[in-house]
Design a protein around this ligand. Structure first.
Ligand SMILES: Cc1cc2nc3c(=O)[nH]c(=O)nc-3n(C[C@H](O)[C@H](O)[C@H](O)COP(=O)(O)OP(=O)(O)OC[C@H]3O[C@@H](n4cnc5c(N)ncnc54)[C@H](O)[C@@H]3O)c2cc1C
Length: 396
């Protein structure tokens, strides 16, 4: 296996870098760097910029209007975007639902929904988790009962990320309560403007309403919004999750975070010297850097395998655990680097409404520390990933 980039790959990197230099507005990258929320409009603008260049749906096959990049190209793009502080591409329509529709949807569903994902006309959210059905997702209870040419949906979803912006939600619903858990689930596409849907914000530790509860009260959904076969939704749900875990290592985000903490530690002082020279601080920084380099190499190894057609197995669980630990460590170290300025953390700093208390870079630091507790919970909690690793590698 070759872990070096080819000339062609280096040229691709230069092309991506030039595109970002030309098309990523400084005020947007500045917001991303400082961790200030972009709001719906900010995300939509970046979505449109990438779409105009043909680089939005880079993981889609060409037949559906995608760029069909290989694993190495995707990695290079993600690394360059993180280094340039480009906004994160909202994944729910593009990287989660789209692959499911492309594989299991009808031609009508593909023709209707895929172009609307590209144009940004539809903003999708993910209706999987429920109170009591997170890690144990198959125990979900939201019910869909067939009534003529509609399903009538009743129940509740929770932790629905950015559901406040969404006009569509893809949902796992129980269509056969008598069948074995995994066998009675279906995959439904639901228009969020249908009567009977209530979205209620959940305010997270950082004070922002990033997630929501979504309630369904006799919501009528046309049967043509069923994806694939009734009661086969678990198969599609699992297929979607393999796509949710792309870019799971988040090497680019960690690298950008590490650069930021180094910048701060050169400015902040401890005992009259730059903090970066403090032996305890420097040792922690070095440890994170070593861990990140080791993970980046493992990531490249897996990307190289993927580029030659091998599907990643338990390695993606490994990258999820290690990648999120490293990002949380960086958050912790940054919070320590700004010292008392991390204390008066305020959601206003993330929303960009108020001048930060203390230096500019200190404003959202504590909020990020709190917000990124989520990294080890969503996308399959780290405990669940460790269970998978143990089962595959040690048996049992
Ligand atoms: C910020 C955020 C955004 C999210 N966005 C979405 C979204 O958009 N759509 C969506 O559908 N869901 C979303 N989720 C939900 C997420 O997928 C679940 O939180 C996750 O699957 C864990 O489920 P749970 O919260 O019910 O915790 P539980 O499953 O109840 O777990 C509680 C604790 O027990 C541990 N645990 C559970 N089972 C085991 C086991 N078998 N072995 C060892 N330890 C175990 C877990 O690791 C965890 O520490 C989001 C969550 C967060 C925090």
């Amino acid at each position: 296996m070759d872990l070096n980039y080819s000339d062609e790959e280096k040229a691709f990197r230069a092309e991506v870098r030039a595109f970002l230099a030309e098309n990523l507005p400084v005020d947007v990258s500045d917001k991303v760097r400082r961790g200030i929320s972009l709001g719906k409009e900010g995300h939509e603008k970046w979505h449109a910029t990438l779409n105009a260049r043909g680089w939005l749906a880079y993981n889609w096959p060409r037949e559906f209007g995608g760029a069909e990049w290989n694993a190495v190209q995707r990695h290079i793009f993600e690394e360059e975007c993180a280094a340039a502080y480009a906004p994160r591409i909202v994944p729910f329509g593009l990287s989660m639902l789209a692959p499911v529709l492309q594989k299991f949807g009808t031609k009508e569903q593909q023709d209707h929904y895929l172009p609307r994902i590209l144009s940004g006309e539809d903003w999708w959210c993910q209706g999987y988790s429920e109170p009591g059905a997170g890690s144990d997702l198959a125990s979900l209870k939201t019910r869909a009962v067939r009534d003529g040419d509609h399903y009538v949906v009743n129940g509740q979803k929770t932790w629905t990320t950015l559901g406040q912006y969404a006009n569509w939600i893809f949902c796992l619903v129980r269509t056969d309560p008598e069948a074995k858990q995994q066998e009675g689930i279906s995959f439904l596409l639901i228009d969020m403007t249908t009567p009977g849907i209530t979205v209620r914000p959940i305010v997270l530790l950082d004070g922002t309403p990033e997630v929501n509860e979504v309630f369904f009260d006799d919501v009528r959904v046309p049967v043509e919004n069923l994806v694939g076969e009734e009661n086969k939704g678990w198969t599609y749900a699992k297929y979607l999750l393999t796509h949710e875990r792309t870019n799971i290592a988040g090497v680019g985000f960690s690298q950008a975070g590490l650069d930021a903490v180094k910048r701060i530690a050169r400015i902040e002082t401890a005992n009259g010297r730059p903090l970066i020279e403090n032996p305890h601080f420097a040792a922690r920084l070095a440890q994170i850097e070593i861990d990140l380099m080791a993970m980046a190499t493992t990531n490249m190894r897996i990307i190289s395998q993927a580029a030659s057609g091998q599907a990643p197995g338990v390695e993606s669980s490994m990258l999820k655990v290690k990648g999120t630990i490293i990002r949380q460590e960086i958050n912790d170290l940054t919070r320590r680097a700004v010292g008392p300025y991390a204390m008066p953390f305020a959601s206003e700093a993330v929303e960009g409404d108020n001048a930060p208390i203390g230096p500019d870079y200190a404003g959202p630091v504590a909020a990020h520390y709190f917000n990124n507790r989520k990294l080890s919970i969503f996308g399959g909690s780290n405990e669940i990933q460790r269970g998978i690793i143990a089962k595959v590698k040690m048996g049992g």
